[in-house]
Write a protein that binds this ligand. Structure first.
Ligand code: AMP
Ligand code: GLY
Length: 422
């Protein structure tokens, strides 16, 4: 099979890495990819949102399956673009059409979906400028802290958690007046849930589903989960507190009602569903849906798969997922994200990365990197994810940290406390 993978981060390198091991693979292309994906497939220089160029490339290169990494092209309708073209409609795209991508693209849509299907989530109220007073009253009647979420995609910045009622009211107004542009013209006000978060992933062909290994990521830039939110600074899989009893609750109360809800509402869905969950006193609640794999969760989930992943993807693409079996390695996998100094604020690009060849006992997944003149250079805030196996997460992390000390680039930074709360 020929597969076209869309994206350029650590998640895409992890996907490309496992797909490249399949006996079923003929050619793997990554658009646009990074320095890491170029070692397991062929990078092609097409932007993830240039559907016309991706379509033309797919026909010319007899692509059998398109696998979409990030949410952006999904929210922009890459799946719909293929379906609506007479030449492309027979090439399956893994990743939902626009309608399904709204689970991630609109917080209001996701909350309404959960409420229609009895899926546990925080109490909420959606407001726009027209009913600002309803929002202010809702805030008056709830205890601090206050959670305000921009309805639309806001590059991971659209959620505010505030301790003072005055501040919450003033932020609500600013958001509705366009603080996050179009994304915050509608705002979801939520009850604050207290607990520990985790990420659960399923793959579905719209009818059946398979649960992938569970993971926990560390989103803040600073140790002890302090400072600004990032795309993710590290992850571990499995998550020690997610025992069988808890995972069964997640399947019964969240996964099955979500898959059935999509079917009932005639939302065809092929791809990953990423459940961002919180464990409140032993009960799972949905914090958010994403319509893709997590990053850096993919860098710990994918290495634990002990099966031909392209065969599983073929099941998703051609509605035969039920026949497939996902085997999972019992060992723990942990990853540490090396980032460029300044991230998630301003940072430099184009810094040379050295000592990659000296890494032992870890898998190097490239995130923001590129090849230039036989050198590997930084090309983003998150640069390299170092994933390692161990009997437990501490043993796995020790290997990643050893290698994080060896790999070098100017102003490198990584968190040294991944897993601190487990
Ligand atoms: P989201 O983009 O919806 O995942 O929100 C970003 C982060 O804000 C989450 O990962 C949580 O840490 C936090 N958060 C979101 N909603 C809530 C909530 N209702 N209660 C507590 N924390 C929340
Ligand atoms: N690591 C969280 C995410 O991918 O959204």
């Amino acid at each position: 099979m020929n597969l076209l993978l869309i994206g350029s981060g650590g998640r895409e390198h992890a996907l490309a890495w496992i797909i490249s091991k399949s006996n079923k693979l003929n050619k793997l292309y990554i658009a646009p990819g990074n320095a890491g994906t170029s070692s397991v497939g062929e990078n092609i220089n097409i932007n993830v949102n240039d559907f016309e160029a991706l379509g033309k490339f797919s026909i010319k290169n007899s692509i059998d399956i398109v696998l979409v990494g990030p949410e952006d092209p999904l929210a922009n309708g890459i799946h719909d673009y293929y379906l609506e073209s007479s030449e492309l409609k027979n090439i399956p795209v893994i990743g939902p059409a626009k309608k399904g991508a709204k689970l991630e693209g609109s917080k209001d849509f996701a909350k309404e979906f959960m409420s229609r299907h009895g899926i546990p989530t925080a109490k909420y109220k959606s407001v726009s400028l027209e009913n600002l007073n309803v929002g202010l009253k809702f805030l008056d009647n709830m205890p601090a802290p206050y959670v305000l979420k921009a309805d639309g995609l806001a590059a991971g910045k659209g959620v505010l958690i505030l301790n003072s009622l005055q501040e919450a009211k003033s932020e609500l107004k600013q958001m509705l007046e366009g603080k996050f542009g179009e994304a915050s013209k509608k705002v979801v006000i939520e009850e604050f849930l207290s607990g520990i978060e985790l990420s659960v992933f399923v793959l579905t062909d719209g009818k059946s589903y398979k649960i992938l290994p569970v993971a926990k990521d560390y989103k803040r830039i600073g140790e002890g989960d302090s400072g600004l939110n990032t795309g993710g600074m590290g992850a571990v899989s499995p998550v020690p507190f997610a025992d069988n009893k808890f995972m069964n609750k997640i399947e019964e109360q969240i996964i099955i009602p979500t898959i059935k809800g999509l079917q009932k509402e005639n939302i065809p869905y092929k791809g990953f569903i990423f459940f961002g969950l919180i464990n409140c006193n032993g009960n799972p609640y949905v914090i958010e849906y994403n319509v893709r794999m997590g990053d850096p969760e993919a860098e710990v989930v994918i290495p634990r798969l002990d099966c031909d992943f392209l065969d599983i993807l073929e099941g998703v693409a051609f509605n035969k997922l039920k026949e497939k079996e996902i085997k999972i390695k019992p060992e723990t996998c942990a990853t540490v994200m090396m980032v460029s100094g300044g991230y998630p604020g301003a940072y430099e690009k184009g810094l040379e990365i050295t000592n990659l060849e000296k890494v032992k006992n870890s898998i190097v997944f490239h995130a923001g990197t590129k090849n230039e003149n036989n050198k590997v250079l930084t090309n983003g805030g998150r640069v390299i994810a170092l994933s390692s196996f161990g009997k437990n997460f501490k043993e796995a992390l020790a290997k990643s940290y050893e290698n994080a000390d060896i790999i070098n680039f100017d102003k490198k930074y990584f968190r040294k406390d991944i897993g601190f709360d487990l």
